[in-house]
Design a protein around this ligand. Structure first.
Ligand code: NAD
Length: 254
């Protein structure tokens, strides 16, 4: 068991990558805190973990709201006493060329994808500092490093998360806290299906085009990212700090 008894909070784990990661972590002995805006999806993740013999609780909280995030962290500490790993995974898509994006839509993407990393980190880190131990995984994207069409607001957020990760790592290394970023390529989740539907008249053709950009010639699945997250969450990655960790089928070289 690579995560035996570790208490792990994964934001946005009612769906996609967060859910696949929660299921994998639970199978490796972790005690999961499933967070999501969507209560039904979050509870389904908990049920699947419990059905497989694992341990999990669900806490509904909006990662952009300080009161809700702070209360969630207090609840976890009251329940488990510690938080060993924080995976800042929750995020939303943003589609469009810059001059067509409405200011409100811009703010929404910036808010969830950047503030949604800031707030859980802000409230979890003091507990990790006290124990001089912890691993934080921030969800960036390969888009932080390559240009992709019609993703201006989203790209801005994922570049920011990568920069934030490096800054956090420098600040919190003295407290025994590791902070790394995951940079997935195109991973087939509800999030990507939504983006493809909104962006292309023919999503099937778009998928073929995306595959051609990959060295792997295939797109990824949530489980591919979950396996990388498992490494970053576990003590096996104890020498990995402030790293941009690619899980992208080589798209940054395509
Ligand atoms: P998804 O839509 O399947 O899951 C995201 C989850 O986050 C949803 O369950 C949603 O309800 C939750 N969420 C959204 N806003 C929230 C909020 N304010 N508070 C709490 N929960 C909230 O998406 P996914 O594809 O699994 O994406 C997960 C993360 O991975 C995102 O940060 C995304 O940007 C990133 N990512 C995805 C891909 C990809 O190709 N799928 C690639 C690179 C990075």
């Amino acid at each position: 068991m690579r995560l035996q008894n570790k208490v792990i909070l994964i934001t946005g784990s009612g769906s996609g990558i967060g859910k696949a990661t929660a299921l994998l972590f639970a199978s490796e002995g972790a005690k999961l805190v499933i967070n999501d805006l969507n209560e039904q999806h979050g509870q389904e993740t908990v049920q699947q973990i419990e059905a497989a013999g694992g341990e999990a609780i669900f806490i509904r909280a909006d990662v952009t709201k300080p009161d809700e995030v702070s209360a969630m962290v207090d609840q976890i500490i009251a329940h488990y006493g510690v938080i060993d790993v924080l995976f800042n995974n929750a995020g939303i898509s943003g589609v469009g060329v810059l001059h067509e994006i409405e200011p409100e839509a811009w703010d929404r993407v910036i808010n969830v994808n950047i503030r949604g990393v800031f707030l859980p980190s802000k409230y979890v880190i003091p507990h990790m500092m006290e124990r001089r131990s912890g691993s934080i995984i921030n969800m960036s994207s390969c888009i932080a490093e390559i240009g992709l069409a019609r993703r201006a607001s989203y790209a801005a957020t994922k570049g920011a998360v990568l920069a934030l990760t490096k800054s956090m790592q420098v600040d919190y290394a003295p407290y025994g806290i590791r902070v790394n970023a995951l940079l997935p390529g195109t991973i087939m989740t509800p999030f990507v299906e939504d983006y493809l539907k909104k962006s292309y008249d023919n999503p099937e053709e778009a998928i073929k085009g995306l595959k051609k950009r990959q060295l792997s010639e295939e797109l990824g699945y949530p489980e591919d990212v979950a396996k990388a997250a498992l490494f970053l969450a576990s003590d096996e990655s104890s020498f990995v700090m402030g790293s941009p960790f690619y899980v992208d089928g080589g798209v940054v070289f395509g």
